[in-house]
Write a protein that binds this ligand. Sequence first.
Ligand SMILES: [Zn+2]
Length: 92
Amino acid sequence: MQILFRGLPTITETDLIADSKHDAVCPICYNTFVAIIAEEETSRAMDSPAHPVEELGVTKLERTCGHLFCRKELSETPFLPVRPANPSVAAS
Ligand SMILES: [Zn+2]
């Protein structure tokens, strides 16, 4: 799972605006993506954040459905289509 996360893009507020998703909410937790990105930035500024920073923020499943999600839920929700398109990559 962790290796998979590193391959996913980190979505910034600039990306949201460019994608006309500035007001969009996460389909799982219904928080706005801007709020989730703000939480990630707060955690980066802390010495000991409650969650690892690599599990915070917003990412995009661009190889599958193209939807935006919180990384936090991706790490906790095994049924989401997080597998890479190429099965031989997932087998490692
Ligand atoms: Zn969420």
